[in-house]
Design a protein around this ligand. Structure first.
Ligand SMILES: Nc1nc2c(ncn2[C@@H]2O[C@H](COP(=O)(O)OP(=O)(O)OP(=O)(O)O)[C@@H](O)[C@H]2O)c(=O)[nH]1
Ligand SMILES: [Zn+2]
Length: 219
């Protein structure tokens, strides 16, 4: 039997390539058993193609670890940002800007599947309805945990908030570093990419300037 086949049978029978009890600290709902098996088989092949010995001790569990890591890093595909936002809407007369800034984010660029990471700043001006604060970083997560380009990620967050809250305006700024430009390719270590997406009142100079001033303000 091929090495690949042995690995895949072991995964099917035991859930981990080398048996042992299930790990209680793992979020099992994040991982699909079939996907784990199939991705792990392919990672084993990648390791061989790279000149590694997938059977050496340190690499024996790597295909399964990588399979789970990528399922975790892309779990946003199975989440619905609009449903999350709709889950905590409250009628409120507050009509000033609400800003949640410095939301850390980790995503994967769709070109190289390498991480980009940084911060998102999200603001909106309500129009009779506010949303539970935690739903803003949760919305960022839903779209960040997919294969992305920073520009689309920025727009998707803004669109979801616009759709569900119908606010007077929404603003999203993302500042991120891309490992595909740092570890390889252009090999630039200090460049930061900033993207923004604004709607409604944030398209006006004064409101946009106030938002930018607030996100630059230090404590
Ligand atoms: N606009 C945008 N580009 C991105 C993002 N993440 C990665 N990229 C770029 O995607 C491009 C892919 O370009 P290609 O020329 O097809 O790929 P490549 O040969 O690996 O390019 P280099 O990175 O320049 O070596 C690169 O310029 C990356 O910097 C992103 O979030 N937004
Ligand atoms: Zn890239």
């Amino acid at each position: 039997m091929s090495e690949k086949k042995i690995l895949s049978n072991e995964l099917r029978m035991n859930g981990t390539p080398h048996g042992g009890p299930p790990r209680l600290y793992e979020r099992r709902d994040l991982y699909d058993e079939q996907a784990t098996t199939s991705i792990a088989e392919n990672v084993q092949e990648v390791l061989s193609q790279l000149g590694e010995d997938p059977e050496r001790e340190g690499l024996q569990k790597t295909p399964e670890r990588v399979a789970k890591a990528y399922q975790f890093l892309t779990h946003g595909y199975s989440q619905d940002a609009r449903a999350i936002l709709e889950g905590a809407l409250f009628e409120e007369a507050y009509d000033e800007m609400i800003l949640v800034k410095d939301i850390e984010l980790y995503s994967l660029c769709e070109h190289h599947m390498l991480p980009f990471y940084g911060k998102a700043h999200v603001a909106y001006i309500p129009n009779g309805r506010i949303v539970g604060l935690s739903k803003i970083p949760r919305t960022v997560e839903v779209f960040a945990r997919r294969l992305q380009v920073q520009e689309r990620l920025t727009m998707q967050i803004r669109d979801a908030i616009d759709d569900v809250l119908q606010p007077l305006g929404t603003a999203v700024v993302i500042e991120a570093r891309h490992l595909c430009m740092m570890m390889r390719g252009a090999e630039k270590q200090n460049s930061m990419t900033t993207t923004s997406s604004m709607s409604g009142e944030f398209e006006e100079h004064r409101t946009r300037a106030e938002f930018m001033r607030l996100i630059r303000a230090t404590d």
